[in-house]
Design a protein around this ligand. Structure first.
Ligand code: PLP
Length: 387
């Protein structure tokens, strides 16, 4: 691997060197007071990043998929009804997880590039006693972002708990978990949280914890059982050692540094910065004559952009761009897998990363014979991002 390459995929992302250095510190005992204090601080900081000051934070070794399982498996019991809102491939995982728990799953599948119709969601919620409604804040396969605030309010109105996959959104796109009444908001370390892969992060509301405590059956997963993790997280928050499974000590060091950076920037400033970078990249995409997967700008994520290849160009574009030192991601959604590519712009990414990426795409498109005027995209990005 070329160490100077620019990794612009929707996770893992290019990490800040200070975060990476934190991982190389000699591993401490997971029950030393120093580590316990650090982990406790991480859990406190998480509540600020999730904007859920009274929430219940969990940090568990595993990927984002574990966070999804931790979020859903603890709230559903056999026979419970779950409504899954799908805006791409990641909703399907929620359905699979819920079915494993014995739940009865209904899905609302949005047309490709669209969000579910609010009236349809409301009618569905009113039609049966759903225990949980899930949504994917940003579906990384389509670049579509849903209106978490409106959906969580609908779920609450109809007595359902809301479980939102924020894996490609948390700490990049606005989510005010407590104010918006989101019962579980979950993510993974390697996306906008900006820490190498390996940590599942989740914050549960009081309502979600109460629903968990009222369960009549055991959670069907041993490792993902909140009953195991809740006392551990509570203990660390009181700066007392506890053990269930060994925490990923060095990743927690890195998370400590990243959360501190995120909070130093400030959540509102951070959401605005992601919006600005996204505006810049999307303006460049339009100036180069390319189309995006999300049907409308209002439903496009600010953490990544999903772009259709122009006619006559395909995955060879990614190879050419990689030769320029910029790594982009191919398609993921099965319906259009070979027809589009994805660019992540989250975490520590800045305007210069956007410009380098747009420049590499312009040069590569031109080399592949697509009629693009060099500088058009870069200029549009510059104007959209401002100074
Ligand atoms: C990346 C991603 C996941 C899966 O996370 P892993 O860490 O790969 O398990 C789930 N949901 C969304 C929206 C994602 O972007």
């Amino acid at each position: 691997m070329n160490e100077r390459q620019l990794l612009m995929i929707p996770g893992p992302i290019s990490f800040d060197p200070a975060v990476l250095r934190a991982m190389s510190i000699p591993t401490d005992s997971h029950v030393s007071q120093e580590f316990v204090d650090l982990f406790g601080q991480v859990l406190d900081d998480m509540l600020q990043v999730f904007l859920a000051p009274h929430g219940y934070p969990f940090v568990v070794a595993g990927s984002g998929t574990l966070a999804m399982e931790l979020g859903l498996a603890n709230l559903v019991e056999p026979g419970n009804r779950v409504l899954v809102l799908r805006t791409g491939v990641f909703g399907e995982r929620f359905s699979d997880i819920a079915r494993r728990q014995g739940a009865e799953v209904d899905e609302i599948v949005a047309p490709l590039g669209e969000v579910p119709d609010v009236a349809e969601v409301e009618a569905k919620l009113a039609s049966a006693p759903y225990k949980v409604m899930t949504a994917t804040h940003v579906d990384t396969s389509t670049g579509v972002a849903v209106d978490v605030k409106a959906l969580a309010a609908l779920a609450r109105k109809h007595g359902a708990l809301s479980v939102v996959d924020g894996v490609c959104a948390t700490a990049g796109m606005e989510c005010r978990q407590e104010e918006w009444g989101v019962d579980v908001y979950l993510t993974a370390s390697q996306k906008a949280i900006s820490v190498p892969p390996g940590l599942a992060l989740l914050v549960a509301s009081e309502r979600a914890i109460e629903a968990f405590r009222r369960r009549k059956t055991l959670v069907r997963s041993y490792y993902a059982d909140w009953g195991k993790w809740l006392p551990i997280m509570e203990s660390y928050r009181q700066r007392k050692a506890a053990y269930f499974g060994t925490p990923a000590v060095n990743l927690v060091y890195a998370l400590r540094v990243s959360l501190a950076q995120i909070l130093a920037e400030g959540m509102d400033a951070r959401f605005r910065r992601h919006q600005r970078l996204s505006d810049g990249f999307k303006a460049a995409v339009a100036a180069m004559g390319l189309q995006q997967v999300p049907a409308r700008p209002e439903i496009a994520a600010t953490t990544l952009t999903a772009v259709y290849y122009p006619d006559g160009v395909g995955a060879e574009l990614l190879k050419k761009v990689a030769d320029e030192g910029v790594i982009l991601a191919g398609g993921l959604h099965p319906d259009i897998k070979t027809k589009y590519f994805r660019v992540g712009h989250m975490g520590p990414a800045g305007p210069s990363d956007i410009l380098a990426t747009v420049g590499a795409i312009e040069r590569s498109l031109k080399a592949l014979g697509y009629a693009v005027e060099l500088g058009r995209g870069v200029e549009a990005a510059q104007r959209a991002m401002g100074v």
